[in-house]
Unconditional design. Structure first.
Lengths: 604, 421
């Protein structure tokens, strides 16, 4: 080989290798675009900016639910140093070494390069101590979040609570929720989730190899601001609510107060209740188990979910329907005789009265009167068979929203019980009469009504025949866009003429002034109209019920009180309602002895 | 005197000088990007690597001028002295040196570090050229091979003792020099095939490779017309090849150090370790790959700017170029090197002395090998071997040694007309 060909071979080898490099570069840089993606994953961190969840105010603009800052500790496993002082880190976070290892393993399994949640819900106070030394532990960084806080520690059953989304919710949300997001789990928080949650913002930041933020990506042109959730104005009067809760302490039962003119719920108590602050942050899981296992069922939302036979509070409704059907007039009298006899069975009355008229029948809560009245409505409806009569009667009852969901704006409401005609047809065949179902006459038997429905019935009577669906949120958002759900703007008429109300209201006024609730229901200077009731309890002492409203003209508040196992309605339920009316209308009471007795009473 | 000065500068090869300046300038800009720091924005800031590199560049240019001003005749004469001096430095560093990243290869004088290995290349090239030009022995003769082999083994041995494998491998590039001086082409072929066989063995099962080689040999013999002659020829190739195959795994497991094994395994795709041994290469590939066709632009590289690639300003400087200037910029750098290398080889060929020619080939071979290993590593074709990219990587020692290496050739070339044939 001559010199020049040797030179050429050397050049050929060198250029050949460079050519391979060019091909390789072409493949890596031009054809395979996965590297760009990985460079971005390396250097660009997507930081979620969590919107502030909407705040809840009561009707007087008192803050009932607020946001409290907490911190989540995040970890990027790759950035942990090999000689990290694990022990002092564990001490700092107050965890043991096994927990540390378990969490780190979980994070590593998720990704070595991407952040994982290491410890959630560190309070501001705890975090202050951690922050001082956090720089010693590379790979760990905090993320600020907020949790709910309840300054009044009340209204748990109304407000509900929030918690982290589960996988099913993430899948269902079509991309809205991400791991670690909060979602409303009960009450208002759940029902108004889409209003409260707001819109997440996102910020793209450049980070260097140590995960330090070194600048914003493309001058923030891809960033979006977080939009805060809508604030809610609740219909609750938090003072009245707290007062009602204190009156229900050591008792079981419900209190629901409604403003009749609007359907707005002023107080909503389910006793026993719990402090909503128990279900916040890292303590939620533990406390939830305790509450869920409590035999007194504090998590049970009685006003929505407990159904009782309406008992005597059914009588004013019967009186109105009987008149509307044209079968009973104020001067219709039926015998008492201490009981309504049908063969071997007798519906007893508490007293033996003379033949009462309609007004007196309500005042004195005469059972036989209503048995006769019911028989009249079912059996003696001209031209109608008894089942046909029942259908007509039932429609009237249903118009009072008994046996139907009221449509309140928190979830898990039950319907109550109001049997259909088919139900009785099945039991009694085609031919049956009022006496077959006579328990209904006095609100017993196959009837179930929730405390919320009871209060709503009172609101209907207070309004003389119409109502707005009871609801807890007066206003969504503030300023111009403020709104309320459309369902709560519709005025609903129950189909009872105004003229039929006077006699019923007279009777109800006398219940308080001179009847079954006179002892504890009466308030000087405020006209209270009410009706006591006793819901039969096959498991023990009967439940005391009292429903009422006040004042008679331009009624401001309608209340239903149920105290379980408290016996006769006038003794325990009536004074609670009465004290609440006084509190709401007058701002307080001077019946301190009565108040004290209630605050201290223990009714298991 | 006046006339001679003029002559010298007239005969300086301006083309290769231009390539040299372009490459050092590209290096300076790339280093600025690689270690860019918001607080020290000035590219002249001497507290930062880019400022220092500018200082090294200035010193190098001065060095170049000094070399060009020297009498070109002295270089051949001082070659043995340079060789011995650099060897003494290389031995001295084993005793007085400072250990950095596991390699005891640096002298530390104040805040400056000197790496003798960089200068041993220069000494060795000069010495080999000196030996070949002052002996009648053709390289095809055994004696010349043994002497050249020893001249190479001395620095290689010292460098291996310094745990600087990368720099030791550079001496393999002398095969081009020796080939040009008459070494049989079979050595090149044998070298290339050995590499192929080693790689195949590491990738596949050693017995698979051995049997395949034997089979290929058998087929060759079967197809040959002169079977007896073919058999001997084949056996002469196949038997050593199989011996290589069998020894590869032994060498791999017992001679290489753990981190070297890891690097090779990563390269061969046998282990996927983006955090440990594979981290550098993985990040380097991401940097270069994310550059795309046109690159992200000056100072826009996220991989290099935010320190995802380690050793960016030295061994992985090519990442910065790949990321910020893309395929276009990367190819431009390769083209510049290719042009420089071809130019140097042409300069070497036109030398009137054997010393000049051997020296020129030595310069080209060393520069080529550095580029080959450095860029090959950055784009994931070669295992991680830490040697600098000539004229571009940050560092005074490599800048000076390459400048001297290059400068002497230019000086020899500019004076060639004065040498009597």
């Amino acid at each position: 080989m001559n010199a020049s060909s040797r030179q050429n071979l050397v050049i050929f080898i060198m250029l050949g290798i460079f050519a391979i490099f060019v091909l390789r570069l072409f493949y890596v840089q031009v054809i395979d675009d996965s590297y760009s993606l990985r460079a971005d994953q390396n250097a660009i961190r997507k930081v979620t900016i969590y919107p502030a969840r909407g705040i809840l105010y009561d009707r007087n603009k008192e803050r009932v639910v607020v946001n409290r800052p907490i911190y989540d500790m995040m970890v990027i496993p790759r950035q942990l140093e090999k000689d990290m002082d694990t022990l002092s880190f564990c001490r700092l976070l107050k965890i043991d070494k096994e927990t540390f290892i378990a969490r780190l393993t979980k994070a590593k399994n998720h990704s070595r390069f991407k952040p994982s949640l290491f410890q959630t819900q560190i309070s501001v106070e705890e975090f202050a101590a951690i922050q001082e030394r956090l720089h010693e532990f590379s790979g760990f960084y905090p993320e600020a979040r907020t949790v709910r806080s309840y300054p009044y520690s009340s209204s748990a059953h109304v407000l509900g609570y929030i918690g982290e989304v589960n996988q099913r919710q993430i899948d269902k949300s079509e991309g809205y929720y991400l791991q670690g997001d909060y979602i409303g789990i009960g009450g208002i928080e759940l029902a108004y989730e889409s209003d409260l949650r707001g819109k997440r913002g996102v910020k793209y930041q450049y980070v260097d190899v140590h995960n330090r933020i070194v600048g914003s990506y493309k001058e923030g042109s891809f960033d979006s601001m977080a939009v805060s959730g809508e604030d809610l104005l609740l219909s609750l009067d938090i003072d009245l609510q707290n007062y009602a809760e204190s009156l229900m302490v050591n008792k079981k039962g419900s209190v629901v107060a409604i403003e009749p003119s609007t359907g707005e719920i002023l107080a909503f108590v389910s006793a026993p209740y719990y402090d909503p602050n128990l279900l916040v942050g890292s303590i939620r899981g533990k406390n939830y188990r305790v509450l869920a296992n409590d035999p007194s069922k504090p998590m049970f939302n009685r006003p929505l979910q407990a159904q009782y036979p309406p008992g005597s509070i059914f009588k004013p409704v019967q009186a109105l329907i009987g008149q509307q059907m044209g079968l009973i007039s104020p001067e219709t009298r039926f015998p008492c005789n201490g009981g309504y006899r049908m063969g071997s069975h007798t519906v007893k009355c508490t007293h033996v009265h003379d033949r009462l008229n309609l007004e007196e029948s309500i005042q004195l809560s005469c059972n036989p009167y209503y048995c006769w009245a019911f028989k009249t409505m079912i059996d003696n409806n001209p031209g109608k068979s008894s089942p046909e009569g029942y259908v007509i009667w039932r429609e009237h009852i249903a118009a009072f929203n008994i046996g139907l969901k009221t449509g309140i704006d928190i979830p898990n409401e039950v319907r109550g019980i109001l049997p259909s005609v088919d139900y009785y047809n099945k039991i009694h065949g085609k031919k049956w009469y009022a006496n077959n179902i006579i328990s209904l006459a006095i609100g017993q038997g196959e009837l179930g009504i929730t405390p919320l429905q009871m209060a709503n019935v009172m609101a209907i009577i207070a309004n003389r025949g119409w109502y707005y669906r009871p609801h807890l949120v007066k206003q969504i958002g503030d300023g111009k866009g403020a709104t309320v759900k459309a369902a709560f703007k519709e005025k609903i008429n129950v189909g009872i003429d105004d003229k039929y109300f006077d006699v019923v209201l007279d009777g109800m006024q006398k219940v308080v002034d001179a009847g079954t609730a006179r002892a504890y229901g009466k308030i000087d200077s405020i006209v209270v109209l009410g009706k006591t009731g006793t819901a039969q309890n096959p498991h023990g002492q009967d439940h005391a019920v009292f429903v009422c409203f006040a004042p008679r003209e331009n009624p401001k508040i309608a209340i239903a009180v149920v105290v379980e196992n408290a016996g006769y309605g006038g003794v325990w339920a009536a004074p609670i309602a009465s004290l609440m009316i006084e509190k709401y209308i007058k701002g307080g009471t001077n019946r301190t002895a009565l108040e004290k007795r209630l605050l201290e009473a223990v009714i298991p | 005197m006046q006339r001679q000065e003029k002559t010298i500068f007239q005969y300086i090869d301006k083309i290769s000088i231009l390539f040299y300046f372009l490459l050092t300038f590209i290096g300076w800009i790339a280093i600025y990007s690689a270690v860019y720091n918001e607080e020290y924005k000035s590219i002249f800031d001497l507290s930062q690597n880019y400022g220092k590199q500018l200082l090294w560049m200035g010193c190098s240019y001065l060095l170049l001028v000094i070399i060009l001003a020297l009498d070109f005749r002295i270089f051949e004469g001082i070659s043995p002295f340079v060789y011995v001096t650099t060897l003494i430095l290389g031995a001295g560093v084993l005793v007085f040196g400072r250990e950095v990243n596991g390699a005891k290869a640096w002298f530390e004088i104040g805040s400056f570090r000197l790496q003798p290995a960089e200068f041993m290349k220069l000494g060795t090239v000069m010495m080999v050229a000196y030996y070949l030009s002052n002996t009648d022995a053709a390289i095809s003769k055994l004696k010349a091979k043994v002497v050249v082999g020893l001249l190479l083994l001395l620095p290689v041995g010292l460098i291996i003792l310094q745990h600087d494998t990368g720099s030791a491998l550079v001496y393999a590039s002398f095969i081009f020099v020796l080939y040009r001086e008459g070494l049989s082409v079979n050595y090149l072929v044998f070298g290339g095939l050995s590499i192929l066989v080693v790689v195949m063995t590491l990738l596949l099962n050693e017995w698979t490779v051995a049997i395949s080689i034997a089979l290929l040999g058998a087929i060759y013999v079967a197809l040959s017309r002169k079977k007896r002659k073919a058999l001997w020829k084949t056996l002469a190739v196949v038997v050593p090849a199989i011996l290589v195959v069998i020894s590869v795994n032994y060498a791999f497991e017992n001679i290489l150090e753990e981190h070297q094994r890891q690097r090779i395994n990563v390269l061969l795709g046998k282990v996927e370790d983006f955090k440990g041994a594979g981290y550098n290469v993985h990040q380097s590939l991401i940097a270069i790959g994310s550059g795309g066709f046109f690159g992200k632009g000056f100072l826009q590289g996220t991989q290099t700017k935010f320190d995802f690639v380690p050793e960016q300003s030295t061994d992985f400087i090519f990442c910065t170029i790949g990321e910020e200037y893309g395929f276009l910029g990367s190819v431009l750098v390769l083209v510049l090197y290719a042009a420089l290398l071809i130019r140097i080889l042409n300069l070497a060929e036109r030398q009137n002395t054997r010393f000049g020619r051997v020296y020129g080939y030595g310069v080209a071979s060393i520069i080529f090998f550095h580029v080959f290993v450095n860029i090959g590593m950055a784009i994931g074709l070669l295992p991680v071997i830490g040697i600098p990219l000539p004229f571009i990587s940050y560092g005074g020692s490599s800048m000076f040694s390459f400048t001297i290496l290059f400068g002497i050739l230019i000086r020899l070339d500019s004076g060639r007309k004065l040498v009597l044939r």
